[in-house]
Write a protein that binds this ligand. Structure first.
Ligand SMILES: Cc1cc2nc3c(=O)[nH]c(=O)nc-3n(C[C@H](O)[C@H](O)[C@H](O)COP(=O)(O)OP(=O)(O)OC[C@H]3O[C@@H](n4cnc5c(N)ncnc54)[C@H](O)[C@@H]3O)c2cc1C
Length: 479
C-alpha cells in the first residue's frame, strides 16, 4: 500500500474502502457498459464530513475522482477515471426532513427518487421529476444530470424542483447553494450547479420541492398510420394551449416489442401511438378532456381509446413502460440515443429519422417523451455483423446533428458524460466552451472532479450490448 493509500485507509474503515479487483469491478462502468475503467479505490462515505475528507485527500494527492449515485448514467457520466477514486454515495440515503406544510423534503444524495414520493404520499404530496430509472436512481445523480421524465412536460426538470443543496467543492470547502424559500436573492449559483454532471462539486444534502398529488387523470391512446402524423399531433396539442401531465410516442417497432412483452392490447397495425394524460382537479380535467378529444380527432388519429378505469390506465402505461427494454427482444444490440427537438419540429424530425434508417439499412425504434420533444431513437444492430456497429454509430451521430440543426440539443436527459462530449462543438461555439471551462477551472484548477467528462476530447465509440441488467430484471424501464 502506498503512503497516500494508507492515509485514505486511516479515514475510512476497511468495509468502506474498496481496493480489491473483485470489489472494484461493479464500479468500473455505469449503465453505458461499453466504457470501463479500473479505479484505484472506492470509498463509501456515510456523512458530509467523510465526503469532505475524501475530496481533501484527492486534492492533496492530486487524484481524480468521480461522485457516483446508482451508476445508471447512460452516457458514461459516472465512469471512473483510470487510477482515480470513486466516491460512492449510496450509503448516504437518509431522509433528513419532510415538512408537509412547507412542501419540502431534505434528503441525502443517495436517497432514491421514488422513495421521495413514497415518503410524501401520506401527506397527499409527491416529487414530480420521474426518470424511468426512478426506482433506482439517486437524487444526487438526478441533480447532477438535471434528469427528466414523462411528467417533466408539465412540471419541469429536476432543476425546477431543487430549492437548495449543500455542496463540497473540489478543494474540500463546503458551500450552501439556494435556500428553502421560493424567492431567492443574488445570482443563481444553484442553477449553475444543477446539470453540471459532477464537475463542480458533490452535493451532500438536497432540498426538494413537493407538489400536491393530482386528484384525477384522463388517459388517451391515439393510433396513427404514420409516425410523422403522431409527431404533428403533439405540436397540435401544445398549440391548443392544453398542458398535459405527459405525452409519449411509440412507433411500430416499439409497439411490436411492447405487445410481445406485456400484451398491453395496443392496436398492432398502428404505425405510431400517442399517449396523452391530463391530470389535476376533477372539473378542470373533465373540461380539458373534451377539448383534448377534439384536438386529437382533428389530428388524423384513426383510432382513439380513453381509459375508463384505473386498470385500463395502468394497462396503457404498462406497454409504454415496458417498451424500451422490450426492444431488446428485437435485436442483439442497440444504441440508445437521447436528443431533443423543438416540439413543432417533431414530425419533421421523425420523418427524417425514418429516411436515415432506410438509408443506413438499420431499424430504428422510437419510444420517447414527445411532449418535451425529447427523442430516444433505439438503433438496432448486430455487433457480430462486421461494420454494423460503425454504421449504427454513424447513424446515431447524424440523428444528433439533425436535432441541433432543427434547433434542439444533443441530450435531453441522459447527460453528456463521455458519450456525447465529442458532440459538444455541434451545439456550442468554441467561445461558449471556453467560458464553461473557465468556470470549471476557477473551482477545480487541477480538473480532479469527474475529469474527462463533458468537454470535447477523444471519446471512444458509444455502444450498448442489449438492455441494462436492471431493465432485463424488470426493475426499471427505459428513457
Ligand atoms: C433504463 C434507464 C432509463 C433511464 N431513464 C431516464 C429518464 O427517463 N430520464 C433521465 O433523465 N434519465 C434516465 N436515465 C439515466 C439515469 O438514470 C439518470 O440520469 C439518473 O439521474 C442517474 O442517477 P444515478 O444515481 O444513477 O447517478 P450516477 O449514474 O451514479 O451519476 C450520474 C452523474 O451524476 C454525478 N453525481 C452523482 N451523484 C452526485 C452528487 N451527489 N453530487 C454531484 N454529482 C453527482 C456523477 O458523477 C455522474 O456524472 C435512465 C437510465 C437507465 C439505465
Amino acid at each position: 500500500m502506498t503512503p497516500a493509500l494508507r492515509e485514505l485507509a486511516s479515514l475510512f474503515p476497511p468495509t468502506r474502502l474498496l481496493t480489491q479487483p473483485g470489489e472494484l469491478a461493479p464500479y468500473a462502468s455505469d449503465a453505458l457498459t461499453a466504457f470501463r475503467a479500473q479505479p484505484l479505490a472506492v470509498v463509501l462515505p456515510e456523512s458530509h464530513a467523510e465526503v469532505v475528507a475524501a475530496v481533501r485527500w484527492c486534492a492533496k494527492h492530486r487524484v481524480p475522482y468521480v461522485a457516483r449515485g446508482s451508476g445508471t448514467s447512460l452516457s458514461g457520466g459516472s465512469l471512473p477515471v483510470e487510477g482515480g477514486i470513486v466516491i460512492g454515495l449510496n450509503r448516504m440515503n437518509r431522509l433528513l426532513r419532510l415538512e408537509p406544510k412547507e412542501r419540502i423534503a431534505v434528503v441525502e444524495p443517495g436517497f432514491i427518487n421514488l422513495q421521495v414520493s413514497l415518503a410524501a404520499a401520506p401527506y397527499g404530496l409527491y416529487y414530480a421529476p420521474d426518470p424511468s430509472s426512478q426506482p433506482v436512481s439517486t437524487i444526487g445523480g438526478n441533480l447532477a444530470f438535471n434528469s427528466g421524465g414523462a411528467h417533466c412536460l408539465k412540471y419541469g426538470m429536476t432543476s425546477n424542483h431543487v430549492l437548495a443543496a449543500k455542496v463540497v467543492l473540489p478543494d474540500g470547502e463546503t458551500v450552501e447553494l439556494g435556500q428553502e424559500s421560493l424567492e431567492g436573492v443574488g445570482p443563481d449559483w444553484l442553477g449553475l450547479f444543477v446539470g453540471s454532471e459532477g464537475l463542480l462539486g458533490i452535493a451532500t444534502e438536497i432540498t426538494l420541492r413537493l407538489l400536491p398529488k393530482p386528484e384525477a387523470f384522463h388517459t388517451l391512446l391515439a393510433a396513427y398510420d404514420s409516425l410523422e402524423k403522431a409527431g404533428e399531433a403533439v405540436a397540435a396539442v401544445v398549440a391548443s394551449g392544453l398542458l398535459p401531465g405527459a405525452m409519449e410516442i411509440m412507433d411500430a417497432l416499439a409497439i411490436e416489442a411492447a405487445e410481445a412483452a406485456v400484451q398491453a392490447g395496443y392496436p398492432r397495425e398502428a404505425r405510431a401511438l400517442l399517449i396523452v394524460e391530463l391530470e389535476g382537479e376533477t372539473p378542470q380535467v373533465e373540461a380539458e378532456a373534451r377539448y383534448l378529444d377534439e384536438v386529437i380527432r382533428a389530428s388524423g388519429a384513426y383510432e382513439v381509446r380513453i381509459a375508463r378505469s384505473a386498470e385500463e390506465r395502468m394497462k396503457i402505461w404498462k406497454g409504454r413502460k415496458a417498451a424500451f427494454s422490450a426492444v431488446g427482444r428485437l435485436s442483439p444490440d442497440y444504441i440508445v440515443q437521447d436528443g431533443v427537438v423543438p416540439r413543432s419540429k417533431l414530425g419533421q424530425a421523425l420523418a427524417e429519422i425514418e429516411r436515415l434508417s432506410e438509408r443506413y439499412g438499420l431499424r430504428v425504434a422510437n419510444v420517447f417523451h414527445a411532449g418535451d420533444g425529447n427523442l430516444h431513437p433505439l438503433i438496432l444492430y448486430n455487433g457480430r455483423v462486421p461494420g454494423e456497429l460503425e454504421r449504427a454509430e454513424a447513424l446515431a451521430g447524424e440523428i444528433l446533428r439533425l436535432c441541433v440543426a432543427l434547433g434542439g440539443s444533443i441530450t435531453g436527459e441522459h447527460g453528456v458524460g463521455m458519450e456525447k462530449r465529442a458532440y459538444m462543438p455541434e451545439m456550442f461555439s468554441s467561445e461558449d466552451l471556453a467560458a464553461m471551462r473557465r468556470i470549471r477551472l476557477a473551482l477545480d484548477p487541477l480538473e480532479l472532479a469527474n475529469r474527462g467528462k463533458m468537454f470535447p476530447g477523444e471519446a471512444p465509440a458509444a455502444h450498448s450490448h442489449g438492455a441494462h441488467p436492471l431493465q432485463r430484471a424488470g426493475v426499471i424501464s427505459g428513457g
